[in-house]
Ligand binder design. Structure first.
Ligand SMILES: Cc1cc2nc3c(=O)[nH]c(=O)nc-3n(C[C@H](O)[C@H](O)[C@H](O)COP(=O)(O)OP(=O)(O)OC[C@H]3O[C@@H](n4cnc5c(N)ncnc54)[C@H](O)[C@@H]3O)c2cc1C
Length: 498
């Protein structure tokens, strides 16, 4: 037990330590409905400080929650009671840019859009552009393997990280990845860190991979008629060559109207919308590609006149605002991020709509049509029984169609119990073994990602190859470390039975 967390922390770290409840308020949640009470927030000065912090946390068995912009949607950066938040927003420097070799070394706290602005004069960019790019950081993007509209062409953050420097939950420093263009030296450990939600290591530096800025980019916004097969549109756009497409996005009518009500937009507002981005080497190629896309769209039944948007980045910032506009209209809600293979899109959309009909609640849908990835939004209390039923129904629908419970946002606290269902028990066992090696005391972002209890498959406890249930005394589940100890203390504080 730590007598005074802040006083004890100040003895080991040189960076600022905050423990005043008002100062801690912004760290109590992310963009989910989950709220916790951290015991302190630390802004480490450098990686020495991070090592000292991790050693301190091991000694006192206190959880650490690495945090960037705090824009997570499933509780990835929302702390459990008693944890210490590690605030990286001050680590926002670009340390080195190599436009020739297409990489940049950056602090994990740099905001995605700020990095893009700094890179622009060099003629290069970092392709992942989540809707939250005005406040989400590169460390957070790595933590959740974030992606945005342009992942249709460029893929998620995982494809755009060349190396990281990090401190494991043991206090060991590690550099994973390399600057060489390709390497065949064993399995890719760097990839384990991407998407690990701060549960394996605290990332102190990221070397991102960059792409050359295309000579020309433009947006096209098509109004969509009712009753169209969106699955057919996605398949046609994905499989047609020579279009230069880098993004294929969808907004349903309710979302488009909500956005238009609250923000100025330059496109039709009385129908669902298809938003495309097209890259080209110059005006002649852009015109050819535009014509080609008009033809493809017509052949799928998209007959309305498109609007051409010259500034594609402005289009994506506006598209990102659709979520914020819904926040303003509906307040807290269920907002999921499921994906299915393109051939199952129409079935998924019918199921998602059916869930809203059955629950009799307003429903909004937008997402990354070209990747079969959607954000169904249901206007109901996400913490209430209806919200819980709706969330489960959505995630089960995606899984039953061969899809995923998270195409972008991560697992966090809200989807832990779906991990075994999606990955399978053996894969979850492997993941838990990795977690135990990297973070033996379970201090890194406790209560996130890993299932709450030891997995069961087919109703039986998991077994070691020898057939015994474990074979030796196994450490508890990675989620049962300080997370539970802290929760226990919190329960005691609030007078509830332990
Ligand atoms: C309006 C809105 C739109 C969004 N649109 C998208 C979208 O289009 N695509 C998408 O993928 N997501 C989207 N998101 C979700 C979210 O913005 C992303 O997951 C983003 O990557 C989170 O970045 P962040 O800096 O806010 O990270 P945080 O929320 O602070 O942290 C995210 C995770 O990364 C870990 N982490 C952060 N920094 C470090 C570090 N230095 N070392 C180790 N771990 C660390 C945290 O512990 C946490 O688990 C959206 C969210 C909002 C609110």
């Amino acid at each position: 037990m730590v007598p005074s967390v802040a006083a004890s922390l100040r003895e080991v770290v040189r960076g600022s330590v905050q423990s005043d409840p008002r100062a801690l308020e912004p760290f109590r949640s992310d963009r989910s409905h989950l709220v916790g009470t951290p015991s302190a927030a630390v802004a480490p000065l450098d990686s020495e400080d991070v090592v000292a912090l991790v050693r301190w946390a091991r000694r006192h068995r206190v959880g650490l929650v690495p945090r960037g912009g705090g824009t997570s949607l499933d509780g990835e950066s929302s702390p459990l009671d008693g944890s210490v938040v590690v605030d990286f927003t001050g680590w926002n420097s670009v340390l080195e840019v190599s436009p020739d070799e297409l990489w940049a070394r950056v602090g994990p706290g740099i905001v995605n859009l700020d990095l893009q602005r700094i890179l622009r004069p060099h003629g290069v960019f970092f392709p992942p552009n989540p809707g939250s790019w005005t406040s989400a950081t590169i460390g957070g993007n790595v933590g959740t393997n974030a992606s945005g509209p342009r992942s249709f062409r460029y893929g998620p953050t995982r494809h755009w990280v060349r190396a990281v420097e990090a401190v494991l939950g043991t206090g060991e420093r590690v550099r994973l990845g390399s600057l060489v263009a390709k390497r065949s030296v064993g399995p890719d450990l760097l990839s384990l860190i991407v998407g690990s939600e701060g549960t394996l290591a605290v990332v102190t530096e990221v070397t991102v991979r960059l792409a050359p800025v295309p000579a020309r980019r433009e947006g096209l916004v098509f109004p969509l008629p009712e009753g169209l097969s969106l699955g057919a549109v996605a398949v046609r756009l994905r499989s047609t060559a020579e279009t230069g497409l880098s993004a294929v996005e969808y907004l349903d009518r309710a979302s488009a109207e909500t956005l238009a009500d609250r923000r100025a937009v330059d496109w039709p507002t009385d129908s669902a919308l298809l938003l495309l981005e097209v890259e080209a080497a110059g005006e002649a190629e852009a015109a050819r590609r535009r014509e080609r896309l008009f033809e493809v769209a017509r052949s799928c039944g998209v007959l309305g006149q498109p609007v051409v948007v010259a500034d594609a980045d402005a289009l994506w910032t506006q598209r990102g605002e659709s979520s914020v506009a819904l926040d303003e209209r509906t307040g807290q809600r269920i907002r999921e991020d499921v994906a299915v293979p393109l051939g199952r899109i129409d079935e998924l959309l019918a199921r998602l709509e059916g869930i809203a009909r059955e629950a009799r609640i307003p429903y909004f849908l937008f997402g990354h049509l070209g990747e079969g990835s959607f954000h169904p939004n249901y206007a109901c209390d996400p913490a209430g029984p209806v919200g819980d039923r709706v969330r489960r129904a959505v995630l089960n629908a995606a899984l039953s169609l061969g899809g995923t419970v998270s195409s972008e946002h991560g697992i966090g606290r809200l989807k832990r119990e779906f991990l075994s269902q999606e990955l399978g028990g053996v894969a979850v066992d492997l993941l838990e073994e990795v977690k135990r090696r990297c973070d033996p005391d379970g201090i890194l972002n406790p209560g996130k990602l890993y299932p709450r209890t030891r997995r069961k498959e087919g109703g039986r406890p998991s077994r070691s190859p020898s057939g015994s249930a474990g074979g030796r005394a196994r450490p508890r589940s990675p989620s049962d470390g300080p997370a539970d100890a802290l929760a226990h203390r919190a329960r005691r504080r609030h007078g509830a039975p332990p």
